[in-house]
Design a protein around this ligand. Sequence first.
Ligand code: HEM
Ligand SMILES: CC(C)=CCC/C(C)=C/CC/C(C)=C/COP(=O)(O)OP(=O)(O)O
Length: 305
Amino acid sequence: MAKFNTPSLANSAPNTETALWRDYLELTKPKVVAMLLLTAMVGMCLAVPSLPPAHVVILGLLGIGMQSAAAAVFNHVIDQRIDRQMQRTIHRPVAKGRVGTSQALAFGGLLMVAGFALLLVLNALVAWLTFASLIGYAVVYTVWLKHATPQNIVIGGLAGAMPPLLGWVAVTGTLDPHALLLVMLIFTWTPPHFWALAIHREKDYAKAGVPMLPVTHGVEFTKTMILLYTLLLVVVGLLPWLAGMSGLIYLFGSLTLNLGFAWYAWQLKFHDRKGLAWQTFKYSIWHVFGLFVALLADHAWRAIG
Ligand code: HEM
Ligand SMILES: CC(C)=CCC/C(C)=C/CC/C(C)=C/COP(=O)(O)OP(=O)(O)O
């Protein structure tokens, strides 16, 4: 059994380069946060029969975006040592020493406080649930789960799955079971999204001593799990329609996208070829984008119809 690392804040890299605004932007994982905000916006829209008030959308997206970005900044600080050991992450701003630990912590802290304050203007429930998601990703997942179990991303995935519910609560101030269906969609999507990448980057994770599934249980087992989760996603994808939350536009959109994901997973398991794990990962990103656009289009159609 390989020895797995525990996180450390020590930064031994020489601080030879100057930080640019681009480095600070990179710390926030902007493309991931953009996707999280799309899912939050869809949660906001589905919470009401037509459109949510503009000021709620603006304040809510800013607050959720800032707290998600803060979580990503803290993740860079905590992961700096393993980031220096992996090809994919070796050039990151904190890992390379272009942004120091204290500057990054100050930047993340500022985003966290500002985001929390903006959400408090809307309601206390959304502010605290968003903060709990930040802790879930930056502390529970990054500090502990990531190094503790190959189920790390399954459990930790809950934080990344929360934004549709956060968007919903920003608008209504209450929890609604329909919002949980949207969380379930992303929760089920996350393992095949990440494990496809983990297969592609298996050597990186093995080198850094992070117990990701392909490292601990092998690539074949991981492919089986990817296939099972995509099949589960086909079923979970039906729930918004079965619950009467979404209509036929969503149903056909989600079935097409989810069966497409399952097809990729099937190919990966039974007819693997060079680069297919990476293609599956890329597909997963377009897939989650398409799924939430389908939810939005379906809602818009029903609102005007
Ligand atoms: C625990 C949950 C998750 C894990 C472990 C995870 C892992 C990753 C990793 C390692 C990458 C980087 C790939 C690279 O460097 O090329 C990535 C990329 C990405 N992820 Fe995830 N992810 C998670 C959840 C999510 C969620 C919830 C979303 C949005 C709904 C998301 C959206 C994206 C996007 C858009 C990218 C591409 C970023 C880019 O090209 O810069 N991820 N994910
Ligand atoms: C407030 C709120 C909604 C918080 C959630 C924020 C957030 C940025 C979730 C995204 C999940 C993600 C990118 C995980 C990858 O982390 P990793 O450390 O495994 O990947 P890495 O090696 O690329 O850093």
